[in-house]
Design a protein. Structure first.
Lengths: 117, 568
């Protein structure tokens, strides 16, 4: 169920974004490309953890009393974030990260291939 | 059939399923055992992780705790789920790429140090031991109520089952059994919750039900009714917090970071075949956990409302049968202080003294009876509680035996040990763990709850910074990591020991540093660890080039070795 679409794709294909990467004859991407990959990864992680912080520590703890003045049905909003909303957002965050990283791995040609295992 | 008969039926049925799955998994994996079990798909691995993670504490105790804590209960809800985001984004993919067996393996290799490995092993052992202890208490409560025996006898029965189970299921290939246990426990949790939600609000989805209007035609929202009841009886409004904001912040952070640093959760991500599946496995695990964790606050609100409605100012002679049954276990006690024959159940702000004490651990188990659900539902809940306790106990016993046999003996004390000797050591460690756990299950139960908070704080203050710095910086060296772990541990442990054990009379907000309770101090310990590790690393030579290359390697998914089962 994984990686079947990538069968037979050449590891050395010139699809890498960094121009110098194409000149590297080894199976390992060039250092510059790796740095760019890592930087993008850290950016994603930073943004997603920002959201993680805002919904839990922000809405669920620090701003809970202010948000509690807003009501949705029987829920006070701050209370809802503290006991429900933050958890839903956590689940979504992980799946968003999975998608982003699968795309990133592929575009930087560092994703796993069936023959690498 | 009565409650007891249904309990037997449900428990026996669920055990038959585990047995069948264990036999099937065994037959399936004969021959290439490791390879076969390493092909666990992420969805199933997520389910197994969820069962491993959700213990008797989550299943039996958590909703009860929330019911009595009100909004402050969110520290557990957010704390025990938010950690998975950290796990998926910061730890799981890199540890999977690293590909060895245990957390101490990573710490030992990354920091090229035997001392670092031993510190990590000792933390892993301590955390796992305290956890197993909590499971036994939960199993004891289930048996004592539904088999009509003392808690002591209940714990002994539980010890026997866990022992038998660990030997029978074997140490290997427990993943599929845990998948079955997840199915049992989530079914057992949702069925009564849906029933009660329908009865009280007419809304079948509990997550929405506790924000709905009551079904009694009054047009009042359930939470408003609950706030009214709790305020009137002097407990303070249910949706208001009573802990300080700083304290709530620190406890939540300690639980989140502690979750991400728990060895028995981390080892799960070594079992998936690919790095990308380590990421998605964490997502599935959290989804399955969230199913229970978003239901729990609803169950808590229903249970509290029902309880206050049922017992408050009720004549003692008219109490329902569940009350009498739980009274027999000693977990519900009533003392008629003013001699009026009525039950006054009041909070600290009330002028009437409280006459009723209810153990928080019974709320989930008693809830179906309080709501007068059919007897088979009560039996189902007992089976679910056992599934939660057993799956977690099995996972923990695995970590304990691996830590002793692999990390402590093979890698540190006795490198020449034979495979057979390793196996014997693993079994002895598991047996020892069951006995210790049983002892704590029978003896001071309050102590266990305190030690569990201790375990989270220590995991947060020790493992987490060492692993994060090991992945995200190349400059952190062995001196920094060891100094950081020791400083974080020493700081956190002394704060907890001071307030919990040597000076319990000072354990109140005005004596705490910055209003941080011992439960939340692990967060500060983590900060201390980070600061010391970075400071010491900068003052000492950088790690060797091979280690810097090692860090480069774990940062990209390609080239990960095959996955393997969590096994000694």
């Amino acid at each position: 169920m994984d990686g079947t679409d990538r069968h037979g794709r050449c590891r050395l294909s010139g699809a890498r974004p960094e121009p110098e990467a194409g000149t590297d004859p080894t199976t390992r991407p060039a250092p510059g490309s790796r740095r760019a990959y890592w930087h993008r990864n850290l950016t994603y992680v930073g943004i997603l953890l920002g959201v993680w912080f805002v919904v839990s520590y922000g809405f669920g703890i620090l701003l809970v009393d202010q948000l509690n003045t807003i009501r949705i049905g029987g829920f006070q909003l701050g209370f809802w974030f503290a006991q429900q909303g933050s958890i839903y957002v956590f689940v979504i965050l992980i799946f968003v990260y999975v998608r982003l990283m699968n795309r990133l791995d592929h575009s930087f040609d560092v994703d796993e291939q069936d023959d690498s295992a | 059939m009565n409650v007891q008969a249904w309990t037997f039926v449900m428990v026996a049925l669920s055990f038959a399923v585990y047995l069948a799955v264990a036999v099937w998994a065994r037959a399936r994996s004969t021959g290439e055992f490791y390879v076969a079990s390493a092909r666990v798909p992420p969805v199933l691995n997520g389910m197994a992780t969820a069962a491993d993670w959700m213990s008797a504490a989550s299943f039996i105790s958590m909703a009860g705790l929330i019911a009595f804590m009100g909004r402050d209960g969110s520290v557990y809800l957010m704390g025990w789920t938010g950690g998975y985001v950290l796990l998926a984004l910061l730890l799981a993919p890199y540890l999977r790429k690293f590909g060895k067996y245990t957390v101490p393996d990573f710490v030992g290799d990354r920091y090229y140090s035997r001392i670092a490995r031993v510190v990590a092993v000792l933390c892993a052992l301590f955390v796992s031991f305290t956890y197993v202890a909590g499971q036994m208490r939960g199993v004891g409560i289930v048996f004592s109520r539904f088999l009509d025996v003392d808690i002591e006898v209940g714990v002994l029965i539980g010890m026997g089952i866990v022992f038998f189970y660990a030997v029978l299921g074997g140490m290997k290939g427990i993943t599929y059994t845990q998948v079955a246990q997840y199915c049992v426990l989530i079914f057992a949790y949702l069925v009564p919750a849906i029933f009660i939600s329908m009865i009280m609000t007419g809304m079948p989805i509990p997550q929405l039900g506790f924000g709905s209007e009551l079904a009694d035609g009054s047009g009042t929202y359930l939470l408003d009714r609950l706030n009214g009841l709790t305020e009137e009886l002097g407990f303070g409004a249910y949706t208001d917090g009573r802990k300080g904001t700083v304290d709530v912040l620190f406890i939540t952070a300690a639980l989140m970071v502690g979750t991400a640093g728990l060895p028995h959760v981390i080892v799960r991500f070594y079992t998936v075949p690919k790095v990308r599946q380590a990421r998605s496995s964490a997502g599935w695990a959290l989804l399955f956990i969230a199913l229970l964790y978003t239901t729990a606050p609803a169950v808590a609100a229903f249970a509290r409302t029902n309880l206050l409605d049922t017992v408050s100012n009720t004549p003692y002679t008219d109490v329902p049968t569940w009350f009498t049954h739980w009274e027999a276990t000693g977990l519900v006690t009533f003392e008629d202080l003013n001699g009026d024959g009525l039950i006054q159940h009041t909070g600290p702000a009330s002028s009437v003294p409280n006459e009723l004490t209810i153990d928080r651990d019974i709320m989930v188990l008693a809830n179906p009876e309080i709501a007068r659900l059919p007897d088979w539902v009560v039996g189902l809940v007992a089976a679910g509680g056992l599934a939660a306790a057993l799956s977690t106990a099995a996972g923990l016993l695995l970590v304990i035996s691996t830590s002793v046999a692999h990390d402590l003996l093979k890698k540190t004390l006795a490198p020449k040990i034979t495979e057979h000797g390793e196996l014997i050591a693993a079994r002895i460690a598991a047996g020892f763990a069951v006995v210790i756990a049983g002892y704590f299950g029978i003896n001071p139960p309050g102590f266990v709850a305190q030690v569990v908070a201790f375990a989270f704080g220590l995991a947060a203050a020790s493992f987490f910074p060492a692993i994060i710095l090991g992945i995200f910086t190349k400059r952190t060296n062995t001196y920094g990591a060891v100094a950081g772990m020791v400083a974080g541990l020493a700081f956190t442990a002394s704060y907890i020991v001071y307030f919990k054990f040597t000076h319990p009379e000072l354990n109140s907000a005005e004596h705490w540093w910055f209003g941080i309770s011992p439960e939340g101090i692990g967060t500060l310990g983590m900060a201390v660890n980070f600061a010391v590790a970075i400071g010491v690393s900068l003052l000492t030579p950088p790690p060797p080039l091979s280690v810097q290359q090692f860090v480069e390697e774990i940062r990209v998914p390609r080239g990960a070795g095959p996955g393997h089962d969590v096994a000694a």
